[in-house]
Design a protein around this ligand. Structure first.
Ligand code: NAD
Length: 485
């Protein structure tokens, strides 16, 4: 993404628009990751006056929205989801154009987002307080859950529809109003989502706020923001937690991952690796739940390299808008450089470059940001490729010869998002289940989560309740004890 002011058309910094006719704001142009010469839109960035006005509007809309009976709120959210479904083609095109993933993955993202959001409507219908016995005959003791107010949803660039909906839908259902700040690299789909709510959700209930780190930081620090739901990098999460902590603002942080698949001695390698490589290379590895470490029984090592070579060779890299593409580009030039840097550091620190390892052009005319699917043999747990999140199509290959060694390796990073174990040995399954330091564990399948299960990390991968599932409604509400005589 590069900064420059265009004449027109420029998307507004806030939607619904707040301040017509004021002096032009900084406008930022986004470029396609598949072709860096192709503009994908130009976006005004909000300034501090806009941020304040948007928060004020969200705060003013809170009382009437929270007082609306839940079935009515749910009906409106449901209508909004229907319009999103009706605009799926446009949204998928925007995802692919700005984020880069193949169109079929963009469609799958929208489908999953809608299923999860509808599941949240069902959870919200069952979410609420309860009554407890009291110490006095004429007294009722009620434990209620109350919405918080205006909340900020701050999102990364890898899932431009799913991440916003995972935050905004539960927040709105329980009676909050929301300000959605998409990634500065992929704002198109978020703006469409919010525009689709026009005429369905009352004014001020959902707003889009465009900008970079400064705008997001202003939202986090604003005294009228009552909760911050964030997905992104660990470093940004730590900064947000520090500011929110000083204001005593609740935060939910969904952060990075370094996700391992353990392949035990008895597993059917070709079948298992089909799933594992798909989980590693979808979205060109730019998923927080992408498998990025293969911890395999030492007897499997040579065969894994052979099968990886075959799988990687079958991938068709290119623009995600072309139907045959199965490996899209890296979303930003900065991310491509970071991937390149980590692979170089890993090799200097002793990793064996088994496959890939370089940026490349899928065809002679390509101006895209592509990185080869890469396999690095790592015997040292301290290697940067084992310890750091790469967020690209890069896998380490590590070996074990006892279940205890496998679990020790699994837990040896600061991350704790997701892991997969492929083993038919009940003892190994039980050991990994009891010892794995991860928020989500998959036994004998890849790392695709179900639509009703908490999406949650531990250690440096997250803080607070999960998104999706019942507990996300807890995050967007506070408990209140009432004694009534
Ligand atoms: P990022 O942390 O750079 O940016 C995420 C968002 O935070 C953007 O909207 C950005 O504008 C905003 N931001 C930046 N600085 C800020 C500050 N000081 N205060 C407030 N907001 C600020 O992350 P990214 O590069 O967009 O996304 C990639 C990262 O996201 C990876 O680490 C990945 O693992 C993580 N991620 C995690 C999950 C999960 O569910 N655990 C899902 C997707 C992505």
């Amino acid at each position: 993404m590069s900064k420059r002011t265009l004449d027109a058309p420029v998307a507004p910094a806030i939607w619904p628009s707040l301040m017509a006719g004021e002096t032009p704001l900084q406008a930022v142009t986004c470029y396609s990751p598949a072709d860096q010469t192709e503009k994908t839109g130009c976006y005004e960035w909000a300034n501090s006056v806009h941020v304040d006005a948007a928060v004020t509007k969200a705060t003013a809309s809170f009382t009437s929205w929270k007082n609306m009976p839940l079935p009515q709120r749910s009906r409106l959210v449901s209508q909004w989801l229907e319009t999103i479904e009706g605009s799926a083609e446009q949204l998928a095109a925007q995802i692919t154009q700005q984020q880069g993933k193949p169109l079929r993955e963009a469609n799958a993202e929208i489908g999953k987002s809608l299923r999860e959001a509808r599941m949240m409507i069902a959870f919200a219908a069952n979410h609420g307080g309860y009554e407890l016995p009291s110490s006095h005959a004429e007294q009722r003791n009620l434990c209620l859950r109350r919405p918080l107010g205006a909340i900020a949803a701050i999102c990364p660039w890898n899932f431009p529809v799913m991440t916003p909906l995972r935050k905004v839908v539960p927040a709105l259902l329980v009676g909050n109003t929301a300000l959605l700040k998409p990634s500065e690299y992929t704002p198109a789909a978020a703006l469409t989502l919010v525009k689709l709510a026009d005429g369905i959700l009352p004014d001020g209930v959902l707003q889009y706020v465009c900008g970079g780190a400064d705008v997001a930081a202003q939202l986090v620090a604003h005294h009228n923001i009552k909760a911050v739901a964030f997905t992104g990098s660990v470093t940004t999460g730590q900064k947000i937690a520090a500011v929110a902590g000083a204001n005593l603002t609740p935060v939910s942080l969904e952060l990075g991952g370094k996700n391992a698949a353990i392949l035990d001695r008895d597993c059917d390698l070709p079948a298992v690796l089909e799933q594992v490589f798909a989980a590693a290379l979808q979205c060109a590895g730019q998923r927080c739940t992408a498998i990025s470490r293969l911890i395999v029984h030492e007897s499997h090592r040579d065969r894994v390299i052979e099968l990886a070579k075959t799988y990687f060779a079958k991938l068709i890299a290119g623009d995600g808008r072309i139907e045959r593409t199965s490996l899209g580009p890296i979303t930003t030039a900065g991310q491509l450089k970071a991937i390149e840097g980590i692979v170089e550091r890993a090799v200097s620190a002793g990793a064996e470059l088994l496959l890939g390892g370089k940026r490349f052009a899928p065809d002679a005319s390509s101006n895209g940001l592509f990185f080869q699917p890469t396999l690095l043999g790592c015997s040292n747990l301290q290697n940067p490729a084992v310890q750091e999140e790469v967020f690209g199509p890069v896998l380490t290959l590590e070996t074990f010869n006892s279940p205890e060694e496998a679990i020790e390796k699994l837990n040896a990073t600061k991350f704790g998002l997701t892991a997969a174990l492929f083993s038919n040995d009940r003892h190994v399954q039980d050991l990994v289940q009891s010892q794995a330091e991860v928020g989500m564990l998959h036994i004998n399948h890849g790392t695709t989560p179900d639509d009703n299960m908490p999406f949650i990390g531990t250690k440096n991968s997250g803080l607070g309740t999960g998104s999706v599932g019942r507990s996300s409604l807890d995050f967007f509400t506070r408990e209140q004890s009432i004694y009534q005589r």
